[in-house]
Ligand binder design. Structure first.
Ligand code: ATP
Length: 240
Protein backbone atom coordinates (compact mmCIF):
# COMPACT_ATOMS: atom_id res chain seq x y z
CA UNK A 1 0.00 0.00 0.00
CA UNK A 2 1.14 3.52 -0.86
CA UNK A 3 0.35 6.30 1.59
CA UNK A 4 0.93 9.96 0.88
CA UNK A 5 0.34 12.08 3.96
CA UNK A 6 0.21 15.88 4.14
CA UNK A 7 2.75 16.04 1.35
CA UNK A 8 4.19 19.36 0.21
CA UNK A 9 6.59 19.66 -2.71
CA UNK A 10 7.50 21.99 -5.55
CA UNK A 11 10.29 23.46 -7.59
CA UNK A 12 12.85 25.67 -5.87
CA UNK A 13 11.01 28.19 -3.75
CA UNK A 14 7.69 27.59 -5.50
CA UNK A 15 5.48 25.23 -3.54
CA UNK A 16 3.08 23.37 -5.88
CA UNK A 17 1.61 20.77 -3.51
CA UNK A 18 0.27 22.09 -0.22
CA UNK A 19 -0.19 19.14 2.10
CA UNK A 20 -2.01 16.47 0.09
CA UNK A 21 -3.11 13.11 1.49
CA UNK A 22 -3.76 10.14 -0.81
CA UNK A 23 -4.06 6.43 -0.05
CA UNK A 24 -3.52 3.72 -2.66
CA UNK A 25 -4.58 0.41 -1.08
CA UNK A 26 -3.10 -2.86 -2.29
CA UNK A 27 -4.78 -4.21 -5.42
CA UNK A 28 -6.73 -1.01 -6.05
CA UNK A 29 -6.62 1.56 -8.84
CA UNK A 30 -6.73 5.12 -7.58
CA UNK A 31 -6.95 8.07 -9.93
CA UNK A 32 -5.85 11.64 -9.46
CA UNK A 33 -7.69 14.09 -11.69
CA UNK A 34 -7.53 17.86 -12.01
CA UNK A 35 -6.99 20.76 -14.38
CA UNK A 36 -3.75 21.51 -16.20
CA UNK A 37 -1.16 22.73 -13.74
CA UNK A 38 -3.01 21.42 -10.66
CA UNK A 39 0.06 19.44 -9.61
CA UNK A 40 -0.69 15.87 -10.76
CA UNK A 41 2.67 15.24 -12.40
CA UNK A 42 4.41 16.97 -9.49
CA UNK A 43 2.73 14.47 -7.15
CA UNK A 44 4.05 11.55 -9.20
CA UNK A 45 7.55 13.04 -9.29
CA UNK A 46 7.59 13.61 -5.54
CA UNK A 47 6.46 10.05 -4.83
CA UNK A 48 9.13 8.47 -7.05
CA UNK A 49 11.89 10.71 -5.68
CA UNK A 50 12.46 12.77 -8.81
CA UNK A 51 11.92 15.97 -6.84
CA UNK A 52 12.42 16.54 -3.10
CA UNK A 53 9.52 16.75 -0.68
CA UNK A 54 9.35 19.70 1.68
CA UNK A 55 6.83 18.40 4.23
CA UNK A 56 4.72 15.36 5.01
CA UNK A 57 5.41 11.71 4.52
CA UNK A 58 5.23 8.94 1.91
CA UNK A 59 5.29 5.27 2.81
CA UNK A 60 5.29 2.12 0.70
CA UNK A 61 4.10 -0.93 2.62
CA UNK A 62 4.91 0.89 5.84
CA UNK A 63 8.44 1.87 4.80
CA UNK A 64 9.22 5.57 4.56
CA UNK A 65 10.25 6.48 1.02
CA UNK A 66 10.04 10.29 1.20
CA UNK A 67 13.54 11.68 0.77
CA UNK A 68 15.04 8.49 -0.65
CA UNK A 69 16.76 8.52 -4.02
CA UNK A 70 14.72 7.31 -7.00
CA UNK A 71 16.69 4.10 -7.52
CA UNK A 72 16.15 3.10 -3.89
CA UNK A 73 12.42 3.74 -4.21
CA UNK A 74 12.35 1.62 -7.38
CA UNK A 75 14.21 -1.16 -5.57
CA UNK A 76 11.49 -1.13 -2.91
CA UNK A 77 8.98 -1.84 -5.66
CA UNK A 78 7.64 1.47 -6.91
CA UNK A 79 7.54 1.80 -10.70
CA UNK A 80 6.97 5.14 -12.42
CA UNK A 81 5.74 5.37 -16.00
CA UNK A 82 6.42 9.08 -16.54
CA UNK A 83 4.58 11.57 -18.70
CA UNK A 84 6.15 12.04 -22.12
CA UNK A 85 8.61 9.94 -24.03
CA UNK A 86 11.08 8.97 -21.33
CA UNK A 87 12.58 5.92 -22.98
CA UNK A 88 16.20 5.16 -23.82
CA UNK A 89 16.18 6.25 -27.45
CA UNK A 90 19.39 4.54 -28.59
CA UNK A 91 18.44 1.18 -27.10
CA UNK A 92 16.08 -1.40 -28.53
CA UNK A 93 12.55 -2.02 -27.26
CA UNK A 94 13.76 -5.32 -25.82
CA UNK A 95 16.65 -3.70 -23.92
CA UNK A 96 14.43 -0.90 -22.61
CA UNK A 97 12.12 -3.56 -21.17
CA UNK A 98 15.01 -5.46 -19.60
CA UNK A 99 16.20 -2.27 -17.93
CA UNK A 100 12.79 -2.01 -16.27
CA UNK A 101 13.65 -5.21 -14.41
CA UNK A 102 17.08 -3.96 -13.34
CA UNK A 103 16.06 -2.73 -9.86
CA UNK A 104 14.83 -6.29 -9.17
CA UNK A 105 18.40 -7.58 -9.30
CA UNK A 106 18.78 -7.15 -5.58
CA UNK A 107 18.35 -9.18 -2.47
CA UNK A 108 15.63 -6.80 -1.27
CA UNK A 109 12.99 -8.15 -3.67
CA UNK A 110 12.18 -11.48 -5.28
CA UNK A 111 13.96 -11.59 -8.61
CA UNK A 112 11.35 -13.81 -10.23
CA UNK A 113 11.56 -14.94 -13.81
CA UNK A 114 12.61 -11.95 -15.91
CA UNK A 115 12.40 -13.89 -19.20
CA UNK A 116 8.78 -14.88 -18.66
CA UNK A 117 7.86 -11.37 -17.48
CA UNK A 118 9.41 -10.04 -20.69
CA UNK A 119 7.21 -12.36 -22.72
CA UNK A 120 4.20 -11.28 -20.68
CA UNK A 121 4.94 -7.59 -21.29
CA UNK A 122 5.24 -8.25 -25.02
CA UNK A 123 1.97 -10.16 -24.98
CA UNK A 124 0.27 -7.31 -23.12
CA UNK A 125 1.57 -4.83 -25.70
CA UNK A 126 1.58 -6.66 -29.07
CA UNK A 127 2.80 -3.50 -30.83
CA UNK A 128 6.00 -3.71 -28.86
CA UNK A 129 6.42 -7.38 -29.66
CA UNK A 130 6.41 -6.62 -33.38
CA UNK A 131 9.02 -3.94 -32.76
CA UNK A 132 11.20 -5.65 -30.16
CA UNK A 133 14.46 -5.11 -32.10
CA UNK A 134 13.67 -1.55 -33.13
CA UNK A 135 15.49 1.38 -31.49
CA UNK A 136 13.11 3.03 -29.02
CA UNK A 137 13.89 6.50 -30.40
CA UNK A 138 12.42 5.49 -33.76
CA UNK A 139 9.05 4.43 -32.31
CA UNK A 140 6.10 6.77 -32.70
CA UNK A 141 5.26 8.96 -29.70
CA UNK A 142 2.35 6.71 -28.77
CA UNK A 143 4.47 3.58 -29.03
CA UNK A 144 7.11 5.17 -26.80
CA UNK A 145 4.40 5.93 -24.26
CA UNK A 146 3.38 2.27 -24.31
CA UNK A 147 7.00 1.22 -23.92
CA UNK A 148 7.32 3.39 -20.80
CA UNK A 149 4.24 1.67 -19.40
CA UNK A 150 5.44 -1.83 -20.33
CA UNK A 151 8.86 -1.08 -18.80
CA UNK A 152 7.12 -0.14 -15.52
CA UNK A 153 5.41 -3.57 -15.42
CA UNK A 154 8.84 -5.22 -15.76
CA UNK A 155 9.73 -4.16 -12.23
CA UNK A 156 7.04 -6.55 -11.02
CA UNK A 157 6.13 -3.64 -8.80
CA UNK A 158 4.20 -3.22 -5.58
CA UNK A 159 2.69 -0.05 -7.05
CA UNK A 160 2.77 1.53 -10.51
CA UNK A 161 2.49 5.28 -11.01
CA UNK A 162 0.95 5.84 -14.44
CA UNK A 163 1.23 9.43 -15.58
CA UNK A 164 -0.95 10.20 -18.61
CA UNK A 165 -0.50 6.80 -20.29
CA UNK A 166 -2.85 7.84 -23.10
CA UNK A 167 -1.01 11.02 -23.97
CA UNK A 168 -0.26 11.36 -27.69
CA UNK A 169 -2.17 8.21 -28.59
CA UNK A 170 -4.68 7.86 -31.41
CA UNK A 171 -8.22 7.16 -30.10
CA UNK A 172 -8.03 3.47 -30.94
CA UNK A 173 -4.82 3.14 -28.93
CA UNK A 174 -6.34 5.08 -26.03
CA UNK A 175 -8.96 2.32 -25.82
CA UNK A 176 -6.20 -0.27 -25.92
CA UNK A 177 -4.32 1.41 -23.07
CA UNK A 178 -7.45 1.51 -20.89
CA UNK A 179 -8.05 -2.18 -21.65
CA UNK A 180 -4.48 -2.91 -20.54
CA UNK A 181 -4.98 -0.92 -17.33
CA UNK A 182 -8.19 -2.90 -16.69
CA UNK A 183 -6.33 -6.15 -17.29
CA UNK A 184 -3.50 -5.19 -14.93
CA UNK A 185 -6.12 -4.29 -12.35
CA UNK A 186 -7.78 -7.67 -12.81
CA UNK A 187 -4.39 -9.26 -12.18
CA UNK A 188 -4.20 -7.39 -8.87
CA UNK A 189 -1.69 -4.69 -9.80
CA UNK A 190 -1.90 -1.61 -7.57
CA UNK A 191 -1.90 1.66 -9.53
CA UNK A 192 -2.04 5.41 -9.09
CA UNK A 193 -3.32 6.81 -12.36
CA UNK A 194 -3.17 10.35 -13.69
CA UNK A 195 -5.22 10.82 -16.85
CA UNK A 196 -6.49 13.59 -19.06
CA UNK A 197 -9.49 11.36 -19.87
CA UNK A 198 -11.00 11.75 -16.42
CA UNK A 199 -14.22 9.92 -17.27
CA UNK A 200 -12.34 6.85 -18.51
CA UNK A 201 -10.00 7.01 -15.52
CA UNK A 202 -12.98 7.03 -13.14
CA UNK A 203 -14.45 4.04 -15.06
CA UNK A 204 -11.41 1.86 -14.37
CA UNK A 205 -10.55 3.24 -10.92
CA UNK A 206 -11.91 2.21 -7.53
CA UNK A 207 -11.36 5.57 -5.88
CA UNK A 208 -10.54 9.09 -7.02
CA UNK A 209 -9.10 12.37 -5.82
CA UNK A 210 -9.59 15.77 -7.44
CA UNK A 211 -6.58 18.05 -7.17
CA UNK A 212 -7.09 21.81 -7.41
CA UNK A 213 -4.18 24.20 -7.10
CA UNK A 214 -2.09 21.71 -5.15
CA UNK A 215 -4.83 20.75 -2.71
CA UNK A 216 -7.26 17.82 -2.66
CA UNK A 217 -10.67 19.42 -3.30
CA UNK A 218 -12.85 16.29 -3.46
CA UNK A 219 -12.32 12.57 -2.97
CA UNK A 220 -14.50 9.52 -2.97
CA UNK A 221 -15.34 6.18 -4.58
CA UNK A 222 -14.89 6.50 -8.35
CA UNK A 223 -18.53 5.76 -9.06
CA UNK A 224 -19.63 8.53 -6.68
CA UNK A 225 -17.27 11.05 -8.32
CA UNK A 226 -18.59 10.06 -11.75
CA UNK A 227 -22.05 11.10 -10.62
CA UNK A 228 -21.01 14.21 -8.66
CA UNK A 229 -22.52 17.23 -10.47
CA UNK A 230 -19.58 19.54 -9.66
CA UNK A 231 -17.00 16.97 -10.78
CA UNK A 232 -19.03 16.26 -13.92
CA UNK A 233 -19.25 19.94 -14.82
CA UNK A 234 -15.59 20.69 -14.22
CA UNK A 235 -13.80 17.55 -15.35
CA UNK A 236 -16.06 15.18 -17.25
CA UNK A 237 -16.84 17.21 -20.32
CA UNK A 238 -19.57 19.30 -18.72
CA UNK A 239 -22.26 16.61 -19.00
CA UNK A 240 -25.11 17.52 -16.66
P1 ATP B 1 -0.95 18.84 -16.72
O1 ATP B 1 -2.30 18.20 -16.73
O2 ATP B 1 -0.92 20.10 -17.53
O3 ATP B 1 0.19 17.91 -16.98
P2 ATP B 1 -0.34 18.77 -13.87
O4 ATP B 1 -1.50 18.76 -12.93
O5 ATP B 1 0.37 17.50 -14.08
O6 ATP B 1 -0.78 19.44 -15.22
P3 ATP B 1 2.19 19.79 -12.99
O7 ATP B 1 2.97 19.39 -14.17
O8 ATP B 1 2.38 19.01 -11.74
O9 ATP B 1 0.65 19.89 -13.31
O10 ATP B 1 2.52 21.33 -12.70
C1 ATP B 1 2.08 22.00 -11.52
C2 ATP B 1 2.75 23.38 -11.47
O11 ATP B 1 4.16 23.23 -11.33
C3 ATP B 1 2.53 24.23 -12.71
O12 ATP B 1 2.28 25.53 -12.31
C4 ATP B 1 3.85 24.11 -13.46
O13 ATP B 1 4.11 25.28 -14.19
C5 ATP B 1 4.84 23.94 -12.33
N1 ATP B 1 6.01 23.16 -12.77
C6 ATP B 1 5.98 21.92 -13.33
N2 ATP B 1 7.23 21.47 -13.60
C7 ATP B 1 8.07 22.46 -13.21
C8 ATP B 1 9.49 22.61 -13.23
N3 ATP B 1 10.28 21.63 -13.68
N4 ATP B 1 10.00 23.77 -12.75
C9 ATP B 1 9.19 24.75 -12.28
N5 ATP B 1 7.85 24.66 -12.22
C10 ATP B 1 7.29 23.54 -12.67
Amino acid sequence: MLKIERLSAGYGKVEVLHGITIAVPKGKVVTLIGSNGAGKTTTMRAVSGMIPTTAGDITLNGKRIAGLESYRIAKLGLAHSPEGRRVFATMTVHDNLLLGAFPRMTRARPRGNVASDLERAMELFPRLKERRSQLAGTLSGGEQQMLAMARATMLNPEVILLDEPSMGLAPILVDEVFKIIARLKHEGVTMLLVEQFAAAALEVADYGYVLENGRIAVEGPAQKLRNDPAVKAAYLGGVH
